[in-house]
Design a protein around this ligand. Sequence first.
Ligand code: AMP
Length: 404
Amino acid sequence: MKVLVLNAGSSSLKYQLFQLPEKQVLASGSVERIGESKSGIKHKVYQSGSASGKITLEVEIPDHKVGLEKIARLLLHGNTSVIKDQEEIEVVGHRVVHGAEKFSRPTLVDAGVLDELRKLSYLAPLHNPANITGIEVSMQVFKKAQQVAVFDTAFHQTLPSHVYRYAVPNELYTKHGFRAYGFHGTSHRYVSREAASFLGIDNDSFNAISIHLGNGCSMTAVKEGKSIDTSMGLTPMGGLMMGTRPGDFDPSLILFLGHALKMNFDEVDKLLNKNSGLKGITGENDLREVIKQYEENDPQAQLAIHMYIYRIRKYIGAYAVALGRVDAVIFTAGVGENSPFIRKEVCTELDILGIQLDEALNSAPSEETREIQHEDSRVKLLVVPTNEELEIVNEVVELTTPGE
Ligand code: AMP
């Protein structure tokens, strides 16, 4: 069986085609700038799990349907062909950002589910409408395939109510669903399971602090394999400092922006989602650039790095308390996997929590799951490369093969 994983954004479609049961990647790629003047496709083909060829096409892609049809054509024809018949793709797994309380598991999509998803769009207006478009066009292009939605929020549906509720009037929750949901759940679930398996610990008794540091950043306290607290809330804006998002701040800032600075909601939205975080402090949202400036003693970059690190350390302390016992701290995503500097700064002087980094292991280059703690460290420190597409396939398999 073959499973296509689709991640639809407002102007992009990212995809990976997997062969099951091996879960081997056959092809991957992305359609970029859909509906814009310079749209195109980057497509890679794999043999025995390794990339064996790639092409870049500049073609007009007016909408997501045309984009997906072009993907199907690349999978079927010419020297990029990896399937003979479109019907070989039996399942399309879709990343959906917000499932609210309605969807705590991967879900087979039918017209009723699509309606429910549309009703939830108000909770994730930047993401869910694009995810829904991805499902709709996939239903048209891959007519015979099952469409499965996998939710970023689902892993966090085990948060207890005293964690997910905000201390605001009840009806905001009961009528409008205003609560913390948490995001990056597919990544936190994947890396925490990988870490447990790597350490030979039963996932159901594994306690970990999972730190996802990419463009978006979030942390999760995983107790006995389940999410019990996470740093993002109603939307992916809260918690840690990110590339362009602020993380936690006093919400009355928003009143100030409106009342004193006379900003409207669209301006506030842009300021908080696109122009805050590292970018707000340094003008740069890419951490590599900020680290470069930090090393040149730029004061704003120094401030930004200290803010970024301090927030992560504060959450480690909070989650150590929430968990009671920490088996492992896991670093993942673009920054977590690739920056020994950030990992070192985060782990410095955490002996109080039984956390001690081994500097040589931390700086040794590797793309594999690995341990980086000092031999005296009570807590294991791991770098685990995340793989959200593979986790979507894992979840699709759990859904479509009952009893496994
Ligand atoms: P992701 O969202 O997981 O793809 O992560 C993307 C982010 O990872 C980029 O914005 C970079 O800032 C960051 N990144 C990638 N490599 C490094 C590195 N070697 N050091 C610091 N940050 C990195």
